[in-house]
Design a protein around this ligand. Structure first.
Ligand SMILES: [Zn+2]
Length: 122
Protein backbone atom coordinates (compact mmCIF):
# COMPACT_ATOMS: atom_id res chain seq x y z
CA UNK A 1 0.00 0.00 0.00
CA UNK A 2 1.15 3.51 -0.61
CA UNK A 3 1.12 6.37 1.85
CA UNK A 4 -2.18 7.78 0.59
CA UNK A 5 -3.97 4.47 0.99
CA UNK A 6 -2.42 3.87 4.42
CA UNK A 7 -3.77 7.23 5.58
CA UNK A 8 -7.28 5.99 4.81
CA UNK A 9 -7.01 2.67 6.69
CA UNK A 10 -9.29 3.94 9.46
CA UNK A 11 -12.25 4.34 7.10
CA UNK A 12 -15.24 2.20 8.05
CA UNK A 13 -16.47 -0.27 5.43
CA UNK A 14 -19.79 -1.98 4.87
CA UNK A 15 -19.05 -4.49 7.66
CA UNK A 16 -18.58 -1.76 10.28
CA UNK A 17 -21.51 -1.30 12.67
CA UNK A 18 -23.13 2.14 12.23
CA UNK A 19 -22.26 3.31 15.75
CA UNK A 20 -18.61 2.29 15.33
CA UNK A 21 -18.52 3.99 11.92
CA UNK A 22 -19.99 7.21 13.34
CA UNK A 23 -17.43 7.23 16.16
CA UNK A 24 -14.58 6.61 13.68
CA UNK A 25 -15.70 9.53 11.54
CA UNK A 26 -16.00 11.74 14.63
CA UNK A 27 -12.51 10.73 15.77
CA UNK A 28 -11.19 11.97 12.41
CA UNK A 29 -12.91 15.35 12.58
CA UNK A 30 -16.15 14.69 10.70
CA UNK A 31 -19.72 15.40 11.92
CA UNK A 32 -21.75 12.19 11.56
CA UNK A 33 -25.54 12.29 11.59
CA UNK A 34 -28.04 9.41 11.46
CA UNK A 35 -29.65 8.80 8.07
CA UNK A 36 -32.78 6.72 7.48
CA UNK A 37 -31.74 3.36 6.07
CA UNK A 38 -33.27 1.76 3.00
CA UNK A 39 -35.72 -1.02 3.76
CA UNK A 40 -35.83 -3.06 0.59
CA UNK A 41 -37.27 -0.73 -2.03
CA UNK A 42 -38.73 1.47 0.69
CA UNK A 43 -37.31 3.83 3.28
CA UNK A 44 -37.20 3.15 7.00
CA UNK A 45 -38.85 6.54 7.60
CA UNK A 46 -42.60 6.81 8.15
CA UNK A 47 -43.10 7.47 4.40
CA UNK A 48 -41.97 3.93 3.55
CA UNK A 49 -42.42 3.16 -0.15
CA UNK A 50 -43.62 6.68 -0.94
CA UNK A 51 -40.40 8.31 0.29
CA UNK A 52 -38.69 10.11 -2.59
CA UNK A 53 -35.25 9.91 -0.95
CA UNK A 54 -35.27 6.38 0.45
CA UNK A 55 -32.23 5.76 2.60
CA UNK A 56 -30.75 9.17 1.86
CA UNK A 57 -32.18 11.69 4.30
CA UNK A 58 -31.42 12.64 7.90
CA UNK A 59 -33.38 11.28 10.83
CA UNK A 60 -33.06 14.55 12.75
CA UNK A 61 -34.61 17.91 12.08
CA UNK A 62 -32.14 20.72 12.50
CA UNK A 63 -29.26 18.39 11.66
CA UNK A 64 -27.38 21.35 10.14
CA UNK A 65 -26.94 22.80 13.62
CA UNK A 66 -26.58 19.51 15.46
CA UNK A 67 -23.55 18.61 17.51
CA UNK A 68 -21.72 15.36 17.03
CA UNK A 69 -19.76 14.65 20.17
CA UNK A 70 -19.32 11.11 21.50
CA UNK A 71 -22.27 11.46 23.89
CA UNK A 72 -24.69 12.58 21.19
CA UNK A 73 -23.43 9.92 18.78
CA UNK A 74 -24.04 7.17 21.37
CA UNK A 75 -27.50 8.62 22.14
CA UNK A 76 -28.49 8.86 18.47
CA UNK A 77 -27.41 5.37 17.46
CA UNK A 78 -28.99 3.99 20.64
CA UNK A 79 -32.27 5.55 19.52
CA UNK A 80 -31.81 4.50 15.85
CA UNK A 81 -29.33 1.57 15.92
CA UNK A 82 -29.89 0.71 12.25
CA UNK A 83 -29.55 4.25 10.95
CA UNK A 84 -26.95 4.78 8.26
CA UNK A 85 -24.17 7.27 8.82
CA UNK A 86 -24.26 10.58 6.99
CA UNK A 87 -21.63 13.30 7.20
CA UNK A 88 -22.33 17.01 7.33
CA UNK A 89 -20.67 18.64 4.33
CA UNK A 90 -19.88 22.08 3.02
CA UNK A 91 -19.03 25.35 4.78
CA UNK A 92 -17.71 24.87 8.29
CA UNK A 93 -17.39 21.09 7.78
CA UNK A 94 -14.78 21.78 5.07
CA UNK A 95 -15.89 18.63 3.28
CA UNK A 96 -17.08 18.27 -0.28
CA UNK A 97 -18.48 15.11 -1.84
CA UNK A 98 -18.21 13.89 -5.41
CA UNK A 99 -21.11 11.49 -6.01
CA UNK A 100 -20.30 9.20 -8.94
CA UNK A 101 -23.06 6.85 -10.03
CA UNK A 102 -21.50 3.56 -11.09
CA UNK A 103 -24.74 2.48 -12.76
CA UNK A 104 -24.50 5.46 -15.13
CA UNK A 105 -20.96 4.83 -16.38
CA UNK A 106 -19.45 6.61 -13.39
CA UNK A 107 -16.63 4.09 -12.90
CA UNK A 108 -15.43 4.58 -16.48
CA UNK A 109 -15.56 8.34 -16.00
CA UNK A 110 -13.55 8.10 -12.76
CA UNK A 111 -10.91 5.83 -14.33
CA UNK A 112 -10.44 8.36 -17.10
CA UNK A 113 -10.23 11.43 -14.82
CA UNK A 114 -9.09 10.24 -11.40
CA UNK A 115 -5.43 10.69 -10.51
CA UNK A 116 -5.08 9.24 -6.99
CA UNK A 117 -4.51 5.69 -5.78
CA UNK A 118 -8.07 5.69 -4.40
CA UNK A 119 -9.51 5.64 -7.94
CA UNK A 120 -11.35 2.55 -9.15
CA UNK A 121 -9.11 0.04 -10.91
CA UNK A 122 -9.92 -1.29 -14.39
ZN1 LIG B 1 -37.49 8.27 3.85
Amino acid sequence: MDRETDAMDWLPDDTTAPLAAALAYRAHGFRPIPIFAPAGRACSCRMGRSCQAAGKHPVLRGWQRSRANERTIHARWSAWPRANVGLVTGGPARLIVLDVDATKDGNRFMRSRCVTSLCPRP
